[in-house]
Design a protein around this ligand. Structure first.
Ligand SMILES: Nc1ncnc2c1ncn2[C@@H]1O[C@H](COP(=O)(O)OP(=O)(O)O)[C@@H](O)[C@H]1O
Ligand SMILES: [Mg+2]
Length: 354
C-alpha cells in the first residue's frame, strides 16, 4: 500500500514548460484523477511518476521516500496506457504472466496469480487467445490484468478507455474502479473526460497549462470551483458577470447581476468584478418575480427532449442562460419568464482568465 506525494514537479521540453509546480498526493487506496484538456501536462506527470522520464525539479515520494533514483522497473508500479501495448505474438496468459517471469516468480505461482488477475478482470477462459482475437475492451482488460498481477504499490492509468466505444467505456470504467478498490491499490488516473473523472475518483486534480488549478473531491470541484476554468471543465454551467456589493458573512456575497441583487456563497476573498456560476440544475421557472431570488429573462430557444425541455433564456444585459424545465411547462418563444436561482447552489468565483 502506498501513500504517494508529488512535490513541486517541474518539467520542460526544450524551452516549453510542460509542468509548472505540480503538487498532489494520493493516500493509501485512493484513486486520484488528473483531468484536463489535451496538452495540459497529464501524461508528463504520469511519466515522471512511472520513471519513464526525470522531472527537472521536485520530487516523487512513496511512503515518505523519494523514488526518483529508482529505475522504473524497481518502483513496483503497474502501468496501463491508452493503446493497450500488449505483446501481439504472446497469448493472453503470457502477456499477463510477463511481469512475473521477469521477476522470476515460479511457474506454479505464475499460474495461480495469472488466474487470479484474469478472474478479477472477468477474462477467465481466454488464456490461450492472441490479442488480435480479442475486442478492444477485452484487450484493455488484459492490459489491466497485466498491470495488477505484479501486485503493484501504485497503479498508473493514462486514458485507458480512450480507444473504446461509449458502451464499453462504461463497462470497463466500473471494472477498473471495482478492481482498484478490491485490491486496495493506490492509483493515478489520467483522463480528459469529466464524467469519467467524476464517477471514478476519490479526488480530482483539474490541470491547466502544466499547473494544478484545483485538487479536491468530485463534489467540491463541481459545486465549489475555484475559477471558471474548473467550473467549465467539470460540467455544464452558466456564467454571469457579477459585481460584489457587500459581504454579509465569510464566503457569502451580495452581488449585482442581471439587473437584480442576489446573496450567494463563493470563493473567499473576492472583491469587485466576479463571475457567478449557476449550473442548469440550480435554475427553474418561477410564476412571478421574487426579489432577491429571480432573474427576469426572455426565452430564446426551446428544445423538447422527451423527459424535459431545454430552454435558453436571455437576460436584459444579453447574458444567455441554459436550463431544463418540465416537459409540459408551457413556454412561448420570446416570452418573458422569471428564472428562480437556487441561491445555495449558485457560486461566485474570482474573474480569472481561462
Ligand atoms: N516529447 C515531447 N517533446 C516536446 N514537447 C512535448 C513532449 N511531450 C509532451 N510535450 C508537450 O508538453 C505539454 C504537455 O504534454 P502532455 O503531458 O502530453 O499533455 P496531456 O497528456 O495532458 O495531453 C504539451 O504542450 C505537449 O505538446
Ligand atoms: Mg496525454
Amino acid at each position: 500500500m502506498a501513500h504517494v506525494e508529488l512535490q513541486a514537479l517541474h518539467k520542460k521540453y526544450g524551452t516549453s514548460i510542460a509542468l509548472d509546480d505540480v503538487t498532489l498526493e494520493a493516500r493509501e487506496g485512493e484513486l486520484v484523477s488528473l483531468l484536463g484538456p489535451s496538452g495540459c501536462g497529464k501524461t508528463t506527470t504520469l511519466r515522471c511518476i512511472a520513471g519513464f522520464m526525470d522531472p527537472d525539479g521536485g520530487d516523487v515520494r512513496v511512503n515518505g521516500q523519494s523514488v526518483l533514483r529508482d529505475p522504473s522497473h524497481k518502483r513496483d508500479f503497474g502501468v496501463v496506457f491508452q493503446n493497450y501495448a500488449l505483446f501481439p505474438h504472446l497469448s493472453v496468459f503470457e502477456n499477463v504472466a510477463y511481469g512475473l517471469s521477469v521477476r522470476r516468480v515460479s511457474k506454479a505461482e505464475q499460474k495461480t496469480r495469472v488466474a487470479e488477475a484474469l478472474a478479477m478482470v472477468k477474462l477467465t477462459g481466454l488464456e490461450d487467445r492472441l490479442p488480435r482475437a480479442l475486442s478492444g475492451g477485452q484487450q484493455q482488460r488484459v492490459a489491466l490484468a497485466r498491470a495488477l498481477v505484479i501486485r503493484p504499490r501504485l497503479l498508473l492509468l493514462d486514458e485507458p478507455l480512450a480507444n473504446l466505444d461509449a458502451r464499453l467505456r462504461h463497462e470497463v470504467r466500473w471494472l477498473i474502479r471495482e478492481v482498484q478498490q478490491a485490491a486496495g491499490t493506490t492509483a493515478f488516473y489520467v483522463t480528459h473526460d469529466q464524467a469519467e473523472a467524476m464517477a471514478l475518483s476519490d479526488r480530482v486534480a483539474v490541470m491547466k497549462k502544466g499547473r494544478v488549478a484545483q485538487f479536491a473531491t468530485p463534489r467540491e470541484i463541481y459545486q465549489r470551483p475555484l475559477e471558471r476554468y474548473v467550473a467549465d471543465f467539470t460540467g455544464e454551467a452558466n456564467f454571469l458577470a457579477a459585481t460584489v456589493e457587500a459581504m454579509p458573512g465569510e464566503g457569502l456575497y451580495r452581488v449585482a447581476t442581471g439587473g437584480v441583487s442576489l446573496e450567494v456563497p463563493g470563493v473567499p476573498g473576492i472583491t469587485g468584478r466576479a463571475v457567478l456560476m449557476v449550473r442548469p440544475e440550480a435554475l427553474s421557472l418561477a410564476p412571478t418575480a421574487i426579489a432577491g431570488h429571480t432573474l427576469p429573462a426572455t426565452v430564446t430557444s426551446i428544445a423538447f427532449l422527451g423527459a424535459a425541455q431545454q430552454i435558453e433564456a436571455t437576460l436584459a444585459d444579453g447574458a444567455m442562460l441554459r436550463l431544463m424545465v418540465p416537459p409540459n411547462a408551457e413556454l412561448a418563444l420570446r416570452g418573458g419568464v422569471h428564472l428562480a436561482v437556487d441561491l445555495e447552489h449558485a457560486w461566485l468565483m474570482p474573474d480569472i482568465a481561462p
